[in-house]
Write a new protein. Sequence first.
Length: 64
Amino acid sequence: MAIFDDEPKKKARPHEIGQDLALLSVAELTERIGILRDEIARLEGELKSKSTTKSAAEALFRRG
C-alpha cells in the first residue's frame, strides 16, 4: 500500500470585495484583476442578453 506524501493543493481564495490588498503580491493582484475583468465581461454579456430579450418582449406586447 503506497502512502502519498503530497498534501492536497490549497484552493486559491476568490477575491473578496473590501479585502485587505496589502498582503497580496503583484502577481496575485494582476491575476485577480484578470479574473475580475473576465467576470465583468460575463456580467455585461448577460445584461446585454437580458436587455435584448426584454426589448423583444416589449415590442411583441406593443403590437397587440
